[in-house]
Design a binder for this molecule. Structure first.
Ligand code: KIV
Length: 285
């Protein structure tokens, strides 16, 4: 199947067909997403915490992130690839943000869009300007609103957004509209009440993708390590675990370790290579 385009995603929205997105962090997880026909892959900066052992997404070095983007992009497949702009790659100045955005797009021609976390428009006077500049330069941007983990300290922690006051809900809606007007081709909403996300979706002409935002958005995204149970820790309330890879992996490794200790692996008949009898007789002489 040919690679999915932004037009394909927009057309799914117009036909009311749900859009699917899954994060991937390397060539293995990317190949799973392609095989499963996920519409989009997000190379999210969540990889800092889910795969690289950092305490926060803000700890992720840009160079390490780029290495993972390249690994995801090396795998051919149908899913459209969206790449996060990690913390530190765009805040210093507009020219700095633009040149890092171009660098991400140039890592691989399979990078189709960037995703940028944005605060409420009354507080964040900078990021919408940058997004406008990127869109004006033909760089596709998915705007990320609601709970924006890169801004967790400013938000007072990892909390649901858009539920504290009428003003806050209105500002969230206005921010989404502003991003659409600036050229964002899609809006991702994280940890927003179901009713608010559904309202925002109904007021926009671009596809919305939700995480912890209920089923009224045009599409859904989940972090792959959460949905597949790749880590032995609890997952956020909004996650559904579709597998328990952590348990499967530990059991597999424990069985292997046991069999090595018992000397039942490798089995001579099936897991080893042969040498011709005549050659061996010669060597043994
Ligand atoms: O980095 C990420 O994985 C994300 C998702 C939580 C949407 O931004």
């Amino acid at each position: 199947k040919a690679t999915t385009t932004i037009l394909d995603i927009q057309s799914k929205r117009s036909k009311d067909i749900p859009i699917t997105m899954t994060t991937a962090y390397d060539s293995i997880t990317a190949s799973w997403c392609h095989e499963a026909q996920s519409d989009m892959i997000l190379v999210g900066d969540s990889l800092a915490m889910t795969s690289l052992g950092y305490a926060s997404t803000t700890d992720l070095p840009f160079d390490e992130f780029k290495y993972h983007v390249k690994s995801v992009c090396r795998v051919p497949g149908p899913s459209l690839i969206v790449v996060d702009m990690p913390f530190g790659s765009f805040e210093s100045s507009i020219p700095f943000g633009i040149s890092n955005a171009i660098e991400l797009m140039k890592l691989d021609s399979n990078v189709t869009s960037l995703k940028v976390e944005v605060g409420l428009h009354t507080k964040d006077k900078y990021t919408p300007k940058l997004i406008g500049e990127l869109c004006a330069r033909g760089i596709p941007v998915m705007g990320h609103i609601g709970l924006t983990p890169q801004r967790a300290h400013s938000l007072g922690g990892f909390k649901v957004q858009g539920n504290k006051s009428v003003e806050e809900t209105r500002e969230l809606l206005e921010t989404a509209k502003l991003l659409q007007d600036l050229g964002c081709w899609s809006i991702l909403m994280e940890c927003v009440p179901h009713k608010v996300a559904t309202l925002i979706t109904s007021k926009l002409d671009v596809p919305t993708i939700g995480i912890g935002a209920g089923n009224g958005t045009n599409g859904q995204v989940l972090v792959i390590s959460d949905m597949l149970g790749m880590q032995g820790k609890s997952v956020p309330k909004f996650v559904k675990k579709y597998s328990n890879l952590n348990e499967i992996a530990i059991n597999g490794i424990a069985n292997y370790t046991k069999e090595v200790m018992e000397k039942s692996f490798p089995e001579t008949a099936s897991h080893t290579f042969k040498i011709k009898d005549e050659l061996w007789e010669e060597i043994e002489k």
